[in-house]
Design a protein around this ligand. Structure first.
Ligand SMILES: [Zn+2]
Length: 451
């Protein structure tokens, strides 16, 4: 354990850009989907100030769909918050037609959006996951003198923030479970502005500590799905794929933990459709030309699938040892979010209903088989969550839900990590602070912040 407490010196005064400090060069509004209140963006706002049921703020752009030069996410600066601060370059994945995999599945037109590392295909996300798309957009959205960003992660998000914040010199605290440390090795060198804290426990313990830290003066929760930049950043994967395909796909398939990526894809598709972009080839009466979402979770922990199938208002997720055991048993740990934005206005359920979509659960054996199939037919490794998505696609085809002639976009949300590790052997990652078991979140937050 290194010396603690600490507070990054640059922000020891707790300075932040407060209300009314929104720069005039942000040509978009934040809109509440519940009360329809709008806000100038200060780069930090996560929620509507109104007292009503929860809803996800969304960005409202005056600009048309006008991709810029280059191939990174800021090619879509037209639909990203605070394009004025768009970072140079930036990395994005690649979309290609997967003919061999399509033949294996019985699909004539299968496209893969590969959000990972695959240089030969042009996919340049070096931490191997789509989380890099959201981090780049989140950092671009920040005001000029941001508070210290606090991020809880099960692994991939922390790796993406570690890399991006180190490169952009943005102060942040990353909180991850001990077991997630190896996943950070892909992120490369960590700058001093990035503090790393591990907790003995799982993702939920990391979230509790991050919440307690973010409540301190001078710190700010990154916000997860509530952060409009996260969703719009993730949405660039759909925008890029649609540009490559030339129209919206009939089906969009992705694995979901929080579902932020799926909400983002749906929103991006809605925007494209409204902007006159060619609709899905075989629109049905429900979706009206929007891609139908097929979202996949990993049994035995698939709370949104159960909520969807049983018509529940909210997923029912306990907190006892049986839940921890279920979480520990899943193949794709990234998908074990316990508070997914399912029922909130603008959330997962609404996206499914609007698109005529569905949720599917796949078990560990199906996921492992799907991962092996991808490696054998396409020649690259994919993350467990992406294998869950491919297994769900297989199920949907077998069930006749997705037909052979339809255009399918499979979002491989992570991959190429083993391939990259072979070329760049990852180095061990050491946290600044390890929170021992049994220490409450408040006490641990004091250790981290000294306040
Ligand atoms: Zn509101």
């Amino acid at each position: 354990m290194t010396s603690a407490p600490y507070l990054p010196a640059a922000r020891a005064d707790g300075s932040a850009t407060g209300p009314g400090a929104a720069p005039a060069d942000r040509p978009y509004l934040l809109r509440c989907p519940v009360c329809h209140e709008s806000y100038q963006d200060d780069g930090l706002r996560l929620d509507c100030a109104g007292t009503h049921r929860p809803g996800l703020l969304s960005t409202e752009y005056a600009r048309d769909f006008a991709p810029g030069p280059g191939s990174g996410p800021f090619r879509y600066a037209c639909w990203l918050p605070n394009a004025a601060r768009a970072l140079p370059g930036g990395a994005i994945g690649a979309t290609y037609r997967a003919e061999r995999l399509g033949r294996e599945l019985g699909l004539n037109e299968l496209w893969v959006a590969f959000s990972g590392h695959w240089p030969e295909r042009g996919a340049a996300l070096d931490t191997g996951s789509f989380k890099e798309l959201e981090t780049q957009a989140v950092l671009a959205r920040l005001p000029q003198r941001p508070p210290v960003l606090v991020v809880a992660s099960a692994g991939n998000t922390a790796a993406a923030f570690l890399r991006a914040c180190s490169r952009q010199r943005v102060d942040c605290v990353l909180v991850v479970p001990d077991e997630a440390l190896p996943a950070l090795a892909v992120a490369g060198e960590r700058a001093d502005c990035v503090r790393l804290v591990t907790v003995a426990g799982d993702y939920t313990d990391a979230i509790e500590l991050a919440d307690a830290i973010a409540a301190r003066p001078g710190f700010q929760a990154e916000g997860g799905t509530r952060n409009v930049a996260r969703r719009d950043g993730l949405g660039t994967a759909l925008l890029a794929a649609a540009e490559t395909i030339g129209r919206l796909p009939d089906h969009y398939v992705q694995a979901v933990g929080s579902g932020a990526g799926a909400i983002a894809a749906h929103q991006a598709a809605r925007r494209l459709l409204a902007a006159g972009f060619p609709a899905a080839h075989r629109p049905d009466a429900v979706s009206g030309g929007l891609p139908r979402l097929t979202l996949c979770q990993n049994a035995p922990f698939a709370p949104m699938v159960r909520a969807w199938q049983d018509g529940l208002a909210e997923p029912v997720i306990g907190s006892g040892p049986e839940v921890r055991a279920a979480v520990a048993a899943v193949h794709a740990r990234e998908l074990t979010t316990r508070k997914p934005p399912y029922a909130v206005v603008g959330g997962v359920r609404e996206s499914l209903v609007e698109s005529g979509g569905e949720l599917r659960a796949v078990d560990n054996a199906e996921a492992a088989a799907a991962g092996a199939l991808f490696a054998a037919t396409e020649g690259n490794d994919i993350e467990p969550a992406a294998a869950v998505a491919l297994a769900g696609l297989r199920q949907a085809v077998a069930a006749g839900r997705i037909r052979p002639e339809e255009t399918v976009l499979l979002h491989v949300t992570g991959g190429g990590r083993a391939r990259r590790a072979a070329a760049h052997p990852p180095a061990a990652v050491h946290p600044d602070l390890r929170i021992p078991p049994g220490l409450g979140a408040e006490a641990a937050a004091y250790l981290v912040t000294g306040a």
